[in-house]
Write a protein that binds this ligand. Structure first.
Ligand SMILES: NC(=O)c1ccc[n+]([C@@H]2O[C@H](COP(=O)([O-])OP(=O)(O)OC[C@H]3O[C@@H](n4cnc5c(N)ncnc54)[C@H](OP(=O)(O)O)[C@@H]3O)[C@@H](O)[C@H]2O)c1
Length: 286
């Protein structure tokens, strides 16, 4: 039985569907009171648990053979990953853990708190002695839906400098995860999940303009202005600072490597940003 954590989110919800399509028995970790998305079939076992509550994780992981470990971005996210690993150890069954981390974990950049949290989680996982696999996706195309209001007004304003980023579609990340979860032979592997090309934010703005049918100017914000903007939008400081750190990595060109791992795992090339933008053209039109 495969336990999927983060199951109601962008990636996890699709992982659950993909595993059910492969006929696998799935237990989805949801929060108390949540039924999960309507797209899940009746056979998905829902179990209420919280990453901060070890007893609830014991119940959620009982009987697991494989665990998809995806935690949300949160100040305690490293501890949340450790809590799931510890609960997996307590099952006494040595379940295989597939850790959904982030691209960059393979070279351990310093000063990027989201990646730092995944590094701490991975080190704990390795020390646990459980069999492990790491998925390291780059930034998701889907993040651009969050910028849609400003894109509609003709601007893409982020602190990405002129660094290229090999963003990836979250659906391809989910498809790669399903393959790793449903098949054997991935122990000790670190898969870097990227789109098919690295594009600068200027190039991304140009692709959005093509589907939107109006000009979209890219403005490379300074980190200070970007932070102020995110705080002004109501972002919690820890998360806003983390996002600016991540864009610092992007601006430095350190998220530009293109990997063939999505195609190796899924048997088909990852979606292009142009395809994603065209599918969501309405969201970006004025
Ligand atoms: N976004 C990106 O561009 C990107 C790129 C690379 C890596 N990542 C990594 O991907 C992960 C986020 O993936 P995502 O975008 O699919 O996540 P998401 O959409 O934010 O979903 C997070 C999931 O975690 C659940 N959750 C949150 N807090 C919880 C708690 N205390 N106990 C139990 N469940 C909890 C949420 O449940 P509810 O629905 O109930 O809130 C939801 O199912 C992060 O680890 C991030 O570092 C993201």
């Amino acid at each position: 039985m495969i336990v999927v954590t983060g199951a109601t989110g962008t990636v996890g919800s699709k992982v659950v569907v993909g595993l059910r399509e492969r006929g696998r028995s799935v237990r989805a970790l949801v929060r108390a009171g949540s039924e999960g998305p309507a797209e899940w079939d009746e056979a998905v076992e829902r179990v209420a648990a919280d990453f901060a509550d070890p007893a609830s994780l014991d119940a959620a992981l009982a009987g697991a053979d494989t665990v998809y470990l995806l935690v949300a971005v949160h100040p305690e996210m490293a501890q949340h990953e450790k809590n799931v690993v510890d609960a997996a150890v307590r099952t006494g069954r040595r379940p295989r853990i597939v850790l959904h981390a982030a691209a960059g974990i393979e070279y351990r950049p310093e000063g990027v708190r989201f990646i730092g949290a995944h590094i701490a989680g991975l080190d704990h996982l390795k020390a646990s002695g459980l069999p492990w696999t790491v998925l390291g996706p780059n930034g998701f195309y889907q993040n651009f839906l969050g910028t849609a209001p400003t894109v509609r007004a003709g601007h893409l304003a982020v602190p990405g400098g002129d660094g290229a980023v090999s963003y990836v579609d979250a659906r391809d990340v989910a498809a790669a995860a399903v393959e790793v979860l449903a098949t054997e032979g991935h122990e000790g592997a670190v898969y870097t999940l990227t789109g098919p090309a690295a594009l600068t934010h200027g190039e991304l703005a140009a692709q959005l303009a093509t589907v939107a049918g109006h000009p979209i100017a890219y403005t490379a914000l300074t980190p200070e202005v970007a932070l102020e903007g995110l705080l002004g939008m109501g972002w919690e400081r820890w998360r806003a600072e983390g996002m600016v750190e991540l864009y610092g990595l992007y601006a430095a060109g350190r998220a530009s490597a293109v990997s063939s791992d999505v195609e190796k795992l899924t048997g088909r090339p990852p979606r292009t940003f142009a395809e994603f933008a065209a599918e969501h053209a309405e969201a970006f039109r004025a």
